[in-house]
Design a protein around this ligand. Sequence first.
Ligand code: SF4
Length: 508
Amino acid sequence: MSHPVIPIVANPAALEGDGAGCHAGRDQMASAARAAGKSDTLDRYAADYPAGPHDQPQSMCPAFGSLRVGLRMRRTATILSGSACCVYGLTFTSHFYGARRSVGYVPFNSESLVTGKLFEDIRDAVHKEADPARYDAIVVINLCVPTASGVPLQILPKSINGVRVIGIDVPGFGVPTHAEAKDVLAAAMLKYARSEIAAGPVAAPRAGISHKPTVTLLGEMFPADPMTIGGMLDLMGLAAGPVVPTREWRELYAALDCAAVAAIHPFYTASLREFEAAGRRAVGSAPVGHDGTEAWLQSIGDACNVGQAMIDSAKNRWLPAIKNVLAMSPIRGRITLSGYEGSELLVARLLVESGADLRYVGTACPQTPSSDADREWLQSKGVHVQYRASLEQDLAAVEEFQPDLAIGTTPVVQAAKQKSIPSLYFTNLISARPLMGAAGAGSLATVINAAIANRPRMEAMKAFFDNVGDGDRAGVWEQTPVLRPEFRENTRRRLEKAAKKRKAEEMI
Ligand code: SF4
């Protein structure tokens, strides 16, 4: 298929960061993107996803969040535009997490990037994929280099043969975490769906329209949690609406058609803006533990204009059950907790209510109004809450509090294991469990108590491996490697010199 050629001002400076990718050249990439016309997008991201107090959390490539949201939706094609190494990593990770779906890729080279041919290749690919028998939507994601060079996805056709086309920029130098990248795509889809609703009738949800006012749930959660929440809402004459990010396009309409939106995960700033534009009220936190559930039922009831008698009857029905389960499944031990999923503060509340001596919770996500209630509650219990936590802060917490269990990201778990402190991965082992209501109240104790009880095994393992060396000398050697710090010093000096030379050349 041929299309009129659109002249595109591509910025070749974007290529200078290629290869260095997320490990260097961040400022250079950002200024290249600005020079190529992406200032509005970067300014919006900077406002929605504030980076401080330090530069950027050290988690996986942010674009994975958008990719995952696209891959989890029925009848949706997801296409990446970026450097091959980034696409390889993202594809690998998506299949590691069970995508069972092809990831589309439009490759480029320096010539197709700077001449604007890449945009035309993307447009051709989108036209080729736009089969309404297979797809409701096609998502195209600009990674770092195409964003920095200004590839203008916003001028892709909005729809082809009835298939919606959504183009988004998700550069690592603009979107700090993969959590917030989920928000970028979810918000773009909600915005699109809102415009469709404004234009005329839209498809009903597959399961039919709810006869009760619904509460949309913002944030991916354990599959049983929406059912648990639905059960709690029922006594207030409400029902659980779709979970956003949705699994199907038509759920977006039902999500927008809610009585209120529950920001279960607190980082969906752009999506909340779409709900606000649709006139929907947002409620933060979630029904976790006794206190969390009590406060959440009250806030949701108030937001949906439910009478106090009905709110009280829901509380009377659910709160004693939660208290009971918490009492039956106590957690004993000192814990530090860190993660990048957005549910860290909710899990922290549950741990505290289960009796754990929780000292620190670090989240890669930023502070937003949606987590205020959780932060205040945790701080009132003496827990240190760290937003935009760096790996160094997470490790310092383990060092300072010497916990019986460190829950955290891969490098935190690894560091804790080296100290023979029992540890659990937050993403795989903790956040993938029910957290809400009575089901959530008892779900953490078994795995956490078992891990804490593992300490003697950790110590035995440490003793066993004690003489295999560490750092550069780790392993089994015929001759123990001799460290050559002078080589490192040499390389460091050479790199510094090269950087100074580059800077001087830039100033000429
Ligand atoms: S797209 Fe992701 S992996 Fe590639 S350079 Fe950007 S942040 Fe790094």
